[in-house]
Design a protein. Structure first.
Length: 173
């Protein structure tokens, strides 16, 4: 009986080591779902935060990215136009008059990821963070801006990470 090649065995060990290191660094995160207003885009239609596109450029090669946004009914099309300005970074974009668990589930299905491998980034503890926690996702709450006073509580669940902006993701991921 022939012995297996040590070259192939070593190659497999190296691949396993690479995979373990990648999972340790990313905490198993394969996808990042962003809120839009207050997360990537400034309130009042003032455009992207100065660092938003750079963060997306750095994350896109390593993660599947998506954006989900709640907009008032007469603003959904405007919101979608804003989002499509940098839409090439995202595998899934959704703007609707509500933000629901079903939307996050659909997004994860389209990206081909499970909740435990998904990080949701939102500036609203009482909306995106709460939904993502209920689904079993990892969460990053932006604790600055318009909704900073709506802090995580027992109902919303504690976020996995507390950050000041999406730029902080570059030190986490």
């Amino acid at each position: 009986m022939e012995k297996p090649s040590t070259g192939r065995a070593e190659e497999i060990k190296e691949q396993e080591k690479w995979f373990r290191n990648k999972m340790a660094k990313t905490n198993g995160i394969e996808a990042v779902i962003f809120d839009w207003i207050g997360t990537l885009y400034q309130f009042g239609g003032h455009g992207l935060f100065p660092y938003s596109e750079r963060v997306l450029q750095e994350l896109q090669p390593r993660y599947k990215l998506a954006a989900i946004s709640k907009a008032v009914s007469n603003n959904v099309q405007t919101r979608l136009r804003q989002m499509h300005e940098i839409g090439h970074y995202f595998g899934f974009i959704l703007a609707d008059t509500d933000k629901t668990q079903e939307q996050f589930i659909e997004c994860m299905q389209r990206l081909g990821v499970r909740p435990e491998n998904t990080l949701v980034v939102d500036d609203r503890a009482d909306r995106g963070i709460q939904i993502a926690n209920q689904l079993g996702c990892k969460t990053a709450w932006i604790q600055q801006g318009k909704y900073a006073d709506i802090t995580p509580d027992e109902e919303t669940g504690e976020p996995t990470y507390r950050i000041n902006s999406v730029e902080d993701l570059l030190t986490i991921l």
